[in-house]
Design a protein around this ligand. Sequence first.
Ligand SMILES: C[S@@+](CC[C@H](N)C(=O)[O-])C[C@H]1O[C@@H](n2cnc3c(N)ncnc32)[C@H](O)[C@@H]1O
Length: 368
Amino acid sequence: MRIDTAALAVVRDHFDRSMYPLLDHRMSLELRPSATGFPKFEALRRIVGRLAPAQRTLFRLFRLGETVDDPAFRQAFPAEVAEALHTGELVERVPDGWRSADLLVVPAQRMLLITGVPAGYPTAVRSPKAVFDFSTSFVAAALPASLAGCRVLDVCSGTGVQALLCAARGAREVVGLELTESAVTIARANAVLNGLTDRVRFRRSDLLAALEPGERFDFVVANLPYAPALDPARRPSTVAEIGNCLLWPLLADLPPHLADAARGVVATWRSAGHAGRTYQLDAIAARLAEHGCAVGAYVDPVFDSVDGVLDLLRQEVGGDDAEPRLAELRALLESDTVAVDGFYNQLVQFRRTAAHPVLQEAVTFGLS
Ligand SMILES: C[S@@+](CC[C@H](N)C(=O)[O-])C[C@H]1O[C@@H](n2cnc3c(N)ncnc32)[C@H](O)[C@@H]1O
């Protein structure tokens, strides 16, 4: 897609006039709640079928990712909207009509967000151009109510949702960093679509690489991906190291970018642990304590087994030495010296405090 501000303004106006967020909300009342932001495809499809023709076409294209035929497309969109969708590269002509460019438009957190078609939908033809999933709503729920006047950093910004939410909560300036070019473009489009371009900037960046040395932030949010969980060049030697390999370089490089009273939320998924604590969390708390930060965490057990997690890792490790590496990981997870009773999702909050020395242990809360 292309960032064409004028075209996106026409598109946004059309979604608003079509009462897209309201209709989506009404339809959600007949659907099972979904933490991913995406209801079950067939259930949503049945309800979309009950909409008036123009809205049905809009939802089929942008909520389901379906192809619509040319007469339905022309009937649904006034010429200037069809033109804007085309110039903004939000739709593409296909032999049997029109489809979105592998994008959906999701009302979320009082915003309209362009995102990729989730892999679980039958209309997903390529891997999603930007991720919006279960983790998104958890991290969004962990953001502070007000960030008035703050300078905010969103690491691994994806669709830009957290960065945009921070701007909507009063941040004076937000920088979003994201590795995938297609996601950076989508995030920029989402800033236009939600009228937040004056305060939010997205940069393509491998972790913090695109930051200038002197840039400092009052609030940091990082919803780290589950994959890549392993650094191909390193072999974990402790259970704490099994999990997101981006975490450690992030914690090493972040401190010089933290303002004096900085706070933040870092989310990591499926970390090995025991009795409601993860080994990774203690390692995170110890590292952040070195920089004057106290740590608290929401820790939530997940249902993945060791076999399930190793299967996920198998997809990433690949190569000839995959099986020996996975056997090493299994040995670490099943060793008698470290108790592992399962995996946990954790949303780690940190805050730079005046207290000295800072507690090296994280306070945890969550459901057992
Ligand atoms: C779990 S998603 C979070 C997206 C978004 N912040 C949200 O909450 O919905 C993780 C994101 O990290 C990005 N990512 C993966 N490796 C990265 C890296 N080395 N540097 C920056 N971003 C990265 C992925 O492309 C993906 O968009």
